[in-house]
Design a binder for this molecule. Sequence first.
Ligand SMILES: C[S@@+](CC[C@H](N)C(=O)[O-])C[C@H]1O[C@@H](n2cnc3c(N)ncnc32)[C@H](O)[C@@H]1O
Length: 374
Amino acid sequence: MIRILPSLRFTPLLSAAKPFCSSSPTRELPQYEARTAPVSNSLLSITPKTPLFLRTPSHATCLSDVWKWHDWAKDLATSVEESSTNSEDSLDSVILHRELKWLIEDSIEDDTLVILHRSEIADDGEKNVKLRASLEELYDLWRQRIEKRRPFQYVVGCEHWRDLVLCVEEGVLIPRPETELIVDMVEELVTRDGRFKKGCWADLGTGSGAIAIGIAKVLGSHGRVIATDLSPVAIAVAVHNVQRYNLQGMVEVRKGSWFEPLKDLEGQLVGLVSNPPYIPSDDIPGLQAEVGRHEPKLALDGGIDGTDSLLHLCHGASRMLKPGGFFVFETNGEKQSKMIVDYMMTNDLKDCFSDLKIVSDFAGINRFVTGFRL
Ligand SMILES: C[S@@+](CC[C@H](N)C(=O)[O-])C[C@H]1O[C@@H](n2cnc3c(N)ncnc32)[C@H](O)[C@@H]1O
């Protein structure tokens, strides 16, 4: 079952994570010509929502009302344990309390007045604090989290992933921790062999743009990454995230189905990565409520056995990669990875690839298939 993992904010795994700085230093310009029209104007007509932490703190509210909201939110988080039916898909109040703390950090300008110093300033209830959302909205957001099982990342509008803070919203998959390993594998390769730093990479089904942005940062000023997706919301969010990291000269976002927007690059890619939809259709109804009710089916449903997109990607990799080019595909794990490797060693693909490998994720699940174009 695909679970929405508790956000990894501030856990040791993200020890290299830095809080996002909206005024990031200007980057050195890459040496290739940035394309002038990476996405058409119609795509940019979708304006991604501003995550809570980036909103202006324009709502002034007295501390006692914020404390009242906090007490109510804590009680609601605690009550899920009591009302839990012990089903596999129930909420965990420990995780909810952690998320509540993050919600406060993202939405309240001086969050320490609410969390840390409350007992010392108990007489200061009349004092005003500044919020990035109205108190009514905070009540509503927390109800959505618990009663509607809306993923926390959609509630606050962002996810901490690798060293990035990515904007996300409904219509775009929340990037998962295991997918960070794709960027780690690319980093390891380009460190070992500098030739992979200079060529053009593609991230197919880019969603929030997570992998493409991660790879662009690894490639540095010589890098070029094309990020594609079929979903207009994903395209808008990816463009927004690329711009927030000032990487628009390196990451070009193109809309279309898989290889269709890459026709001009046939046989030229030095690297190809994808985390495509790979859940078997019959498993979709059994997904955790946060995933099944809120995340886009287009990002999840991989057809009858989950391999529809993966098989298409295998064929595309044989056409699009230059000789020696590298690929990584994320899969549903275990037998699906094996199926993909077997498929690539037979039929008309049998002489196309070398060094096919299955790589496991943080949990030891055989998650990724990697290899090189012969
Ligand atoms: C599992 S999500 C991965 C998103 C992102 N790469 C990540 O790892 O967080 C799969 C992505 O593939 C996209 N997708 C689905 N069908 C597609 C198609 N035919 N062409 C291009 N992208 C597609 C979805 O919109 C979604 O963003």
